[in-house]
Design a binder for this molecule. Structure first.
Ligand SMILES: [Zn+2]
Length: 392
């Protein structure tokens, strides 16, 4: 296969900023990255010039429910392919398909479908641009009825290692993240089971006190789902789960940086306290992502999208239509350096699921997942596993 040589004004690996950068791609992998003159150029390579633009690693979204009119709970190949292609156009080159709370049967069917897709199809994309589905994030059903957001109350169940093991059987090794409420009876046992199965345990949709959240962190929880949203509110004499997440260096914090879910001061506070190494920008995107306003499905229930904001019939926020390119621009607009904001959409999420050698980084041996950004940080080109780069 003909190698591809990409020239750009600069690159962020994201650890390093390289001026006058060259990225060499062989097949689906990056083979070299560096400043022009320091990289051996392959003979007969196809040259792509990105001019003065910036090349960065493709974005990794660990909390996404759907896009392009489809929800991952559909579990069907066509739906997952449309979702993967829709987000790829916005720079998301890999994703963890996220379930919502549903009946045991629906969850098992969805998980079986997603797992089949991951194991048989996602690695061999049929579309030119396609985010790789890396695994499954279970958001529920072991969550707090008091902080359920739009997750249907009737399908919430108490923590059950037996039920988790049924889900894991359907997942065939693709289960990556479990979001649960640690204050529920039996949650600590469930955390141990999930950890033994190699899952990342995430605190979310939770009414936990500070002490309950600390106990979960000691038991192995290392992640927190969309921090501030669907959590017991912070108070100075009862800091709750938010207090525990903010001060524990072991916990990475998801943030929905759309300017609607969390206000500016809270976003700044999160990054200051967690440091840019422990913040993970997520879309929490639902099926209306990349679509006009209207009525859509989130899991099994209907959601109305107006001016890009998704709400259920009671007016509760129901996921978002955010894409990670916009989240990145929002963080830079808040004053964070591009290099810091980039970590939050690339290497931080990849590290959390143990894939930081392959995803979210420009380095030899990593997957050739790249995004070209213009001077306004708009996506001007995307490459997914060596395929699809055309520049506008
Ligand atoms: Zn949620």
């Amino acid at each position: 296969m003909q190698p591809i040589v990409i020239h750009a004004g600069r690159a962020f690996t994201p650890f390093e900023e390289i001026h006058d950068a060259v990225v060499v791609v062989h097949g689906s992998k990056i083979s070299a990255v560096g400043p022009r003159g320091k990289v051996d150029l392959p003979r007969g390579g196809r040259e792509i010039s990105a001019g003065s633009k910036t090349v960065v690693p493709g974005f990794v979204d660990v909390h996404i429910h759907g896009a392009g009119g489809h929800d991952v709970m559909e579990g069907r190949r066509e739906a997952l392919e449309i979702i993967a292609a829709t987000v790829a156009a916005h720079g998301t080159t890999s994703m963890v398909a996220t379930t919502v709370t549903a009946s045991e049967k629906e969850t098992r069917n969805s998980v079986a479908g997603i797992a089949h897709f991951i194991l048989n199809t996602s690695q061999y994309p049929t579309r030119e641009l396609s985010a790789e589905v890396l695994g499954i994030h279970f958001e529920g059903p072991f969550i707090s009825p008091a902080r359920r957001g739009v997750h249907p109350a009737k399908w919430i169940v108490p923590p059950s290692p037996a039920l988790l093991s049924q889900f894991l059987e359907e997942a065939q090794g693709t289960a990556q993240i479990l979001t649960l409420a640690p204050e529920l009876p039996g949650a600590l046992d469930l955390i141990s089971s999930a950890r033994r199965a190699g899952m990342v345990v995430s605190l979310g949709h939770t009414d936990a006190t500070y002490e309950q959240a600390q106990a979960a962190i000691e038991a192995g929880a290392s992640h927190a789902a969309h921090v501030f949203n669907a959590m017991r509110p912070f108070s100075h004499r009862g800091t709750g789960v938010i207090g525990a997440v903010l001060i524990s260096p072991k916990v990475s914090a998801e943030l929905i940086a759309d300017g609607v879910h969390v206000d500016e001061a809270a976003m700044r506070m999160l990054v200051e306290l967690k440091t840019p190494e422990r913040v993970i920008l997520v879309s929490d995107g639902m099926s209306a992502t990349g679509m006009p306003d209207g009525k859509y499905q989130l899991g099994m229930f209907e959601v109305k999208v107006s001016e890009g904001v998704a709400r259920n019939a009671e007016g509760k926020l129901a996921g978002s239509t955010l894409t990670l390119d916009r989240a990145l621009r929002n963080m830079v607009a808040l004053g964070f350096p591009l290099s810091s904001a980039l970590r939050m959409v690339t290497t931080n999420p990849a590290r959390q699921i143990g894939l930081d050698a392959r995803k979210g980084v420009l380095a030899p041996g990593a997957d050739a997942d790249l995004v070209i950004l213009d001077d306004k940080l708009e996506v001007s080109g995307v490459m997914t596993r060596g395929a699809g780069l055309t520049l506008d």
